[in-house]
Unconditional design. Structure first.
Length: 261
C-alpha cells in the first residue's frame, strides 16, 4: 500500500537529474531542492551514472517509463546520449554547462587544461578546494563564499568514488555527439554561464544551434557551477519543464534561439 508521500510523488512529473561525481554533484543538490515541490526528482544513490544504459536502468528501477532529463556538467554527456539512443524515455531535455564534444568542443584555456590533468593526483579534499576558482563565477567567489563552503561540505559528507570519477572523465574525453545532435527530438533547453571557464560559452551555443528547436539561455553571472552561481536559473528550468505538456510536442526545425539573463 502506498503512503501519502509516495502517492504525491507519483502524481508529479518525473525529472531525472544527472551530474558528475565531483563538486558539481553537490551543486546539483541546490537545483534538486528547487525542483522537488513540482516534480519527482530521480538521482542515483548507487554507482555513478556514466552511460545512457545506466540512466535507463535508473528509470527502470524507479518504475518510470518517461521523464524530463536534466544533465549538469558531465551529466549533460549522459543526457545527450540518452536522448539520442533511447528517445522515448526523454520527455524533455535540459543541458546545463555541457558540450557536444568532437568537432564542436571548445576547450578551456591551457592553464585550466593543465589543472584538470593533474586533478586525479590530488587528495580528494584538496582537489575540491583547488577546483573552486575554475568552477564558480567571480561574483560567487567574492560575495557568496559561504555557499561554496556548503557545496564542499556536502560533497565531503557523502562517499566519493575515485574510480567512478575516472570512468566519467574517460567518458567525457571520448564523448562526441557532434554529428548526432540532429537525432534529438525532445524539446530542449540549453543553459550556459557566460563566465564558464571549464566549458566556454561557445559549447552551449553549439549545442543549441545543432539540436532541432533548442532554446539557449545564457546567464551573464554564471560560471560552471550554475545552481550556486545563479540560484534563480532553476526557476527558468522549472518554467520550461512545466510548459512541456506532452512528449508528443511538435518537433521544430528552427535553430537555437538565445535569451540572456
Amino acid at each position: 500500500m502506498k503512503t501519502g508521500a509516495e502517492s504525491d510523488a507519483r502524481s508529479r512529473p518525473s525529472v531525472l537529474l544527472l551530474t558528475g561525481v565531483g563538486l558539481t554533484a553537490s551543486v546539483a543538490v541546490r537545483a534538486a531542492d528547487k525542483l522537488r515541490p513540482r516534480f519527482e526528482v530521480l538521482t542515483s544513490d548507487g554507482p555513478p551514472v556514466t552511460t545512457a544504459e545506466d540512466a535507463s536502468a535508473l528509470l527502470d528501477d524507479a518504475g518510470v517509463e518517461q521523464a524530463h532529463v536534466i544533465g549538469i556538467s558531465f551529466g549533460g554527456v549522459v543526457a545527450q546520449e540518452l536522448a539520442i539512443l533511447d528517445p522515448q524515455r526523454v520527455r524533455s531535455l535540459v543541458l546545463c554547462s555541457s558540450s557536444a564534444g568532437g568537432k564542436l568542443y571548445v576547450p578551456p584555456d591551457p592553464a585550466i587544461r593543465a589543472f584538470i590533468r593533474r586533478l586525479d593526483s590530488l587528495p580528494i579534499e584538496e582537489g575540491l578546494w583547488a577546483a573552486v576558482p575554475y568552477l564558480y563565477a567571480p561574483a560567487t567567489l567574492r560575495r557568496r563564499a559561504p555557499l561554496i563552503g556548503q557545496d564542499i561540505a556536502l560533497r565531503l559528507g557523502a562517499p566519493l568514488d575515485p574510480s567512478g570519477y575516472r570512468r566519467q572523465r574517460a567518458a567525457a574525453r571520448s564523448h562526441d555527439a557532434a554529428s548526432r545532435l540532429g537525432a534529438i527530438s525532445a524539446p530542449t533547453l540549453v543553459v550556459h554561464g557566460e563566465q564558464d571557464r571549464i566549458l566556454p560559452l561557445e559549447n552551449g551555443r553549439s549545442l543549441a544551434d545543432h539540436i532541432p528547436g533548442a532554446r539557449l539561455l545564457t546567464l551573464a553571472k554564471g560560471g560552471h557551477a550554475l545552481p550556486t552561481d545563479v540560484p534563480g536559473a532553476t526557476r527558468e528550468v522549472v518554467s520550461f519543464l512545466l510548459a512541456q505538456k506532452s512528449r508528443q510536442a511538435r518537433r521544430t526545425t528552427r535553430t537555437g534561439r538565445e535569451a540572456r539573463a
